[in-house]
Write a new protein. Sequence first.
Length: 99
Amino acid sequence: MTNLIRSLLRAGGTRLVKKVGKALPVVGTAVVIGMTAYEVKKKGLLRGIVNTALDATPVIGTAKNVIEVFTGDWLPDKEPAPQILANTSRKASAALPPV
């Protein structure tokens, strides 16, 4: 009886592993597509879409991500917008009343 239960559990476990293995690329692709807006905001429109398309492709995305662990991003982030500094001249600060 225990051999029967053991073989049933083994067959069920094998079947479960096969189902999860088939669903895993779909789940990964869904996560990557969900992060498209973040990638576009971080990298810009063209680079963000290209990065998302590469990541969503099951084998290519995995290979790209493994390589990026060692080499860094293939597609760099967009340049930050220049910040406008406030008027810091002496004349402007001299006109302020003392605190």
